[in-house]
Write a new protein. Structure first.
Lengths: 597, 501
């Protein structure tokens, strides 16, 4: 059954190919056949199905292909299974959701709107490609395949981010692609450096190589920052709040739910967690601190945002910061890592599914289904509270982490994470509030794909600890743990209640938000880049003019030399005139000589 | 077992086609096409025979003495075969392309005649067995390319041709001096007899260093090493198939190939390492890589941008061979093939845009992906490969370069690679973005500069087929790098021979 592995990756590509061919044929046949074209059909939606099947397949699988790049090795083992399962599930739900979300555009395209058709074509083709990259990234064990998956996912997702093609979408896309490429550069450098030091070709060998290498800490730093662009390390996170609001909601959901987890998975796959050397412990501490700074900073920046998706994006940065600090523990205190791996995976799965459900909820609140308002609010609030750590999967994940950290030297991290959870609660409360303010008229039928996908995602997100195959039993919090786990959420809710009250009594919206657009540091980076660019242009111009001067001088010299050569011709004429007298003179001289001799 | 006739025949296929083409009348384009294509196919078959024989361990040597002390020698080794294979494959593709490209334009006879001569010279360079023979074909290449560069005959083309001749002829002169000095020192050295120079002992090292630098300067002109690169961006006025061939396999690659020969087969990598010249070579290559990329950023037209990109990419080869160790060697050699495939694709695409839509500037490319999807797809593949992203061939080169750099204790080269990747992304991805995500004439905004409908598909089939084929090859040699007879396999074979006595 090892063949299932390639099928998982080939199926989305085939779906893409089929879609492309259909579109090309329709284009050939002309306009009237366009109405027959079913974009985002069931075939398209089925792209992640084999992956889901594989994730549920019992036993470990692996397939090795010596001819593939530098030797391909794809695996499904117990460490990869949970990532594959929640990833494939969220992709499947998001695809279903997209069928409803893009219904308007599908209709417009069917009616012959070329722009809508163009945008949908991009979406239809790039969605499965991004998916294929994401799946390869999870399943690959050899480094080239892993990098191929990561790159494919990153680049193809650009097309999803700029789906709307307006100015904001272009800005979001620019921030996304520029940072992604910078990250890509760091990843490439880190991978080459570490793989070169031990001729490693698989990720397992790579982790060992970094642990053993003399300058392993720098390799690990490069990889941490490179994957950190995806995983929203503070300072590199600026693309998230810019790209999420502009992307279509299903794309935001997979972006925040699964794709940013690609960065975390990159850390888990490349950093020597649990076997760190003394030099790496320092890096681990840096990662922990950066993670916590991100968790708090993003919460502060996020609560003053207006767009619910921007708030959710900051919430992702905050949550990823928490996740990063846990990964940092794996370097700083290697002994604690084996116990921490399962909680980290659960936390990632919980955040992925819950954030997916929350993003779906943004679209739902814009087009609410025909349900009682209290039910919709409850269903929207359920994943929100879960993300704050008050209910269901969030509560369990937090308890699990607390339990795992209790024994280690970083038990104080728990309190920090609890404080950060206050921020998380505030963020989701803010997001819900903004959604409420922007709510639309109920009208979507309950059985529409959008609504069903959302309902299913909410349920699946709540039940993550029940179905995520972690390989070990989840530690369920006992009743006595509850007060210690629930106070951050309660505090957060209290604070948001106060803020709401203040807003009602005062001016309404905070003034501050007009001063801090989403993307915070991005604007600083952009200004810096502009200044550097103008400096470079000036320097380039100066060099150019120097070069021109030099060239002009050389040309002038050449002209002079040629003129001198031309001058020789003049002498020649003189010679020809002199020739006859010379000969006669010579002859006379000879005659004289003979006569005298 | 010695079979000398096979390399001679390989050389003769393209060399003898030239007079045949000159003999055909200008109107007889069908006959010319048949002659051209059949010669190209025949040559591929012959090279395939050579490869097969080589893998079976046969020796192919042909030689005679021209004057005392200097002999004409053709021999076959892995490196030469790689170059010959590349040249014959791309000759076929480019011939097909050129037939489509030059349809209804004047002076086709002259073009194809010199084109064959140019390809014959590259085959000669590939199969040359000593410096004398190499120099012979190297100069023939210089001269036979000139009529192609100035083919259009307008003032700008003539000026570019003048600059081209100035650079290459002086370079050739310097090379000649170096070769003569080397002959004076040790006599006729066949490629591969590395011990002859190494045996001279440490007393000769200063002299050998100077000679190496002289030869490097001579070869560096064609390889477009900074600051000897000035002719290349100007030679862009040539017709697209010429540019494609010039950048992918003929002139620029001949220079790079010459440097590879110089380092591995004349001096021997250990001797160059002992002389301490590898660091110098790596430094020159790094400067060229970064300089070319930065200059490419500021180009507003498609072909000059590609030209500066070539300057940068060809130096990857030089960087690869300057990294002491098998991985560096593999990287340099494999990039010789990979860069050829990818760059030829990009130039075909540039030609397609120019022919079909009259596009020369980058900002005119908005939305061209809808009008010409296959060409744009091929361009995207080439661009991603140039950046060094998998699964395109460029990734394999970059991977081996990086590992080679670590093993040669030159980890700083990784920083150069990463910076160059980012710069490549910075000047290629905006084009890709324009192609696919911007709205242009294909969406009803504005008009193409000069639209023609050359064929049933997005453009003439003659133009489309080679483009698609080379793009496909660029992906396949990257994706299936591990299968036998792939460029990587050949390069690995070659590197093992080099490092394991």
């Amino acid at each position: 059954m090892n063949l299932l592995l390639p099928v998982v990756l080939l199926w989305p590509l085939l779906v893409m190919l089929y879609g492309g061919l259909r579109l090309a044929l329709v284009k050939q046949e002309g306009r009237n056949s366009r109405s027959r074209l079913e974009l985002l059909g069931v075939g398209w939606w089925s792209a992640p199905l084999p992956a889901l099947l594989l994730a549920l397949w019992p036993g470990e699988l692996s397939v090795s292909m010596p001819g593939w790049m530098l030797g391909g090795l794809w695996q499904l083992d117990e460490a990869r299974r949970p990532w594959l399962l929640f990833g494939a599930l969220l992709w499947l739900l998001a695809g279903w959701y997209a069928r409803g979300y893009l219904a308007d555009e599908r209709r417009q395209a069917g009616e012959g709107d070329a722009n809508a058709l163009g945008r949908l074509m991009g979406f239809t083709l790039l969605w499965p490609l991004t998916l294929a990259g994401n799946l390869l990234l999870i399943l690959a064990e050899d480094i080239p395949s892993f990098y191929l998956g990561f790159v494919t996912m990153t680049l193809a997702a650009y097309g999803l981010v700029i789906h709307r093609r307006d100015r904001e979408a272009k800005l979001g896309g620019l921030a996304y692609i520029v940072l992604a490429l910078i990250g890509e550069g760091m990843i490439l450098a880190g991978l080459l450096w570490s793989a070169g030091s031990a001729e490693a070709l698989t990720l397992t060998e790579l982790r060992v190589a970094i642990g053993d290498a003399e300058r392993g800490v720098w390799m690990a730093t490069l990889l941490w920052l490179g994957f950190g662009v995806k995983a929203g390390v503070i300072g590199l996170h600026v693309w998230l709040p810019l790209a999420h609001p502009v992307a279509p909601t299903p794309a935001s959901a997979v972006l925040s739910g699964v794709m940013v987890k690609g960065g975390v998975l990159g850390w888990l796959s490349t950093l020597p967690l649990g076997s760190g050397e003394a030099g790496l412990a320092r890096l681990g501490e840096v990662i922990i601190v950066a993670g916590l700074v991100g968790a708090f900073g993003a919460a502060l920046l996020g609560v003053i945002q207006r767009h619910p998706k921007a708030v959710l994006a900051y919430s992702s940065v905050s949550q990823l910061g928490m996740l990063a600090s846990l990964v940092g523990v794996g370097l700083a205190a290697p002994d604690a890592w084996p116990a921490l791996l399962a909680p980290v995976t659960l936390f990632a799965g919980h955040h992925g599914m819950t954030k997916g459900a929350l993003f779906f909820g943004v679209g739902i609140s814009e087009h609410p289904p025909r349900l009682p308002a209290w039910l919709i609010v409850t269903l929207l609030a359920l994943p929100a509270l879960s993300l704050g750590g008050a209910l269901t999967s969030g509560l369990i994940a937090k308890g699990f982490i607390k339990e795992a950290l209790k024994e280690s030297e970083y038990s104080s991290l728990v309190s920090w994470l609890s404080v950060a959870a206050v921020g998380s609660t505030l963020l989701v409360a803010r997001a819900l509030w903004r959604q409420w303010r922007r709510r639309g008229e109920p009208g979507t039928p309950l059985r529409s794909p959008m609504c069903l996908a959302w309902l299913f995602a909410v349920l699946a997100a709540a039940a993550v600890p029940l179905w995520l195959p972690l390989g070990e039993s989840v530690h369920w919090p006992t009743l006595s743990d509850l007060p210690g786990l629930l106070w951050p959420a309660a505090l957060g809710l209290g604070l948001s209640g106060l803020a709401l009250l203040a807003a009602k009594l005062g001016e309404g919206e905070w003034k501050l938000s007009s001063h801090l657009p989403p993307g915070d540091l991005w604007w600083g980076y952009a200004a810096l880049a502009r200044r550097m660019r103008s400096g470079l242009v000036t320097a380039g111009g100066m060099l150019e003019s120097r070069g021109l001067q030099l060239r002009a001088r050389l040309v002038a010299r050449e002209h002079r030399a040629i003129a001198r050569l031309d001058g020789l011709a003049r002498y020649e004429r003189r010679f020809s005139r002199l020739a006859v007298p010379l000969m006669i003179g010579l002859a006379l001289l000879l005659l004289l000589g003979f006569w005298l001799g | 077992m010695s079979q000398g006739w096979l390399p001679v025949l390989t050389l003769a296929t393209s060399l003898l086609v030239a007079p045949l083409i000159f003999a055909l009348p200008e109107r007889a384009w069908r006959a010319r096409a048949v002659v051209n294509l059949s010669a190209a196919v025949l040559k591929i078959l012959l090279v395939a025979l050579l490869v097969l024989g080589f893998y079976q361990g046969r020796d192919f040597v042909f030689g005679f003495t021209v004057v005392e002390g200097a002999s004409f020698l053709l021999q076959v080794d892995a490196l030469g075969l790689m170059f010959a294979g590349l040249s014959s494959l791309l000759w076929l593709a480019t011939t097909i392309y050129a037939i489509g490209y030059l349809e209804d334009s004047p002076n086709r006879k002259r073009f194809f005649g010199f084109f064959s001569l140019c390809v014959a010279s590259t085959a000669g360079i590939a199969l040359a067995g000593n410096l004398f023979t190499f120099l012979l074909f190297y100069e023939l290449l210089t001269l036979s390319t000139y009529p192609l560069v100035v083919h259009r005959g307008h003032a700008k083309a003539l000026a570019a041709g003048k600059v081209y001749l100035r650079y290459t002829v002086t370079g050739g002169l310097v090379l000649l001096l170096g070769v003569v000095a080397l002959y004076a020192l040790v006599g006729d050295v066949a490629f591969g007899q590395r011990e002859r120079l190494a045996d001279l002992g440490p007393d000769a090292y200063p002299l050998l260093t100077v000679l190496f630098l002289v030869l490097l300067v001579g070869l560096g002109v064609k390889a477009a090493l900074v600051p000897l690169h000035g002719w290349l961006p100007r030679a862009m006025v040539a017709p697209a198939p010429v540019s494609a061939l010039l950048h992918a396999v003929a002139v620029v690659k001949a220079g790079a190939f010459g440097i590879v020969r110089l380092v591995y087969d004349v001096y021997g990598i250990s001797l160059v390492h002992e002389l301490g010249l590898l660091t110098l070579l790596a430094a020159i290559a790094s400067v060229t890589i970064l300089f070319g990329s930065i200059r490419a950023l500021s180009q507003q037209e498609l072909k000059p941008r590609l030209a500066y990109s070539t300057i940068s990419q060809v130096s990857y080869i030089v960087l690869g061979i300057s990294l002491f160790g098998p991985f560096g060697t593999i990287a340099g050699l494999v990039h010789l093939m990979h860069q050829g495939l990818m760059k030829v694709t990009l130039f075909y695409c540039a030609g397609n845009y120019a022919e079909e839509l009259g596009i020369h500037r980058i900002d005119e490319l908005d939305g061209a992906g809808r009008r010409m999807p296959l060409t744009s797809l091929a361009f995207t593949v080439g661009a991603l490969g140039m950046i060094g992203l998998p699964p395109v061939a460029g990734f394999i080169s970059k991977w081996y370069l990086g590992i080679g750099a670590v093993q040669a204790d030159m980890s700083w080269a990784i920083a150069v690679l990463a910076a160059s990747s980012l710069l490549n992304a910075a000047y290629f991805l905006p084009i890709v973005h324009r192609l696919w995500f911007r709205q242009g004439p294909a969406h009803g905004r504005g008009r193409w500069p000069e639209e023609r409908h050359l064929g049933r598909f997005e453009t003439s089939t003659w133009l489309l087929l080679p483009t698609a084929a080379t793009a496909l090859f660029s992906i396949l040699v990257g994706l299936l790098a591990g299968v036998p007879f792939s460029p990587l396999d050949l390069a690995t074979f070659m590197a093992t021979v080099e490092y394991l006595p």
